[in-house]
Design a binder for this molecule. Structure first.
Ligand code: RTP
Ligand code: MG
Length: 141
């Protein structure tokens, strides 16, 4: 098994619902450690840059509008198979299809307001972590 890092974002809907702590508890109970974190109001340019791979998709504008609608909580998670483990905790993109007990099943309202983001590959995780955190702000622990 590989010790990995992945990028997680608690999206504006879940921050507004005041469930940051409940979501962090799920990370911790799954053996994932928070090794960097910050709350941030994304600018439009930051959100567009972060989701640049989706620029041509029909939902891009709605996604950017949603991600700048309020502050987000951004964290780096570290642990064995952290990328896939976080994806498993999150559940399917559409909360209607998310397995019971996943973050999206429990906290997401819609495919747009779906509570969390998680990197979808180890390669993208490295890019996404560097997008938000200088290396000196990510801690070995
Ligand atoms: P995320 O990137 O946020 O972790 O979510 P994901 O991998 O499960 O989904 P992805 O395909 O990367 O899409 C990014 C976000 O765009 C919104 N979306 N809306 N209306 C739609 O059909 C649609 N499809 C995707 C979701 O908020 C999704 O999380
Ligand atoms: Mg994605």
């Amino acid at each position: 098994m590989a010790l990995e890092r992945t990028l997680s974002i608690i999206k504006p809907d879940a921050v507004a619902k005041n469930v940051i702590g409940e979501i962090y508890t799920r990370f911790e109970k799954a053996g994932l450690k928070v090794v960097a974190s910050k709350m941030k109001q994304l600018s439009r340019a930051e959100a567009e840059g972060f989701y640049a791979v989706h620029r041509e998709r029909p939902f891009f504008n709605a996604l950017v509008e949603f991600m700048i609608s309020g502050p987000v909580m951004i964290q780096v998670l570290q642990g064995e198979n952290a990328m896939q483990k976080n994806r498993d905790l999150m559940g399917a993109t559409n909360p209607k299809e998310a397995a019971a007990g996943t973050i999206r099943a429990d906290f997401a309202d819609s495919i747009d307001a779906n509570a969390v983001h998680g990197s979808d590959s180890v390669e993208n995780a490295a890019i996404e972590i560097a997008y938000f955190f200088p290396a000196t702000d990510v801690y070995a622990r």
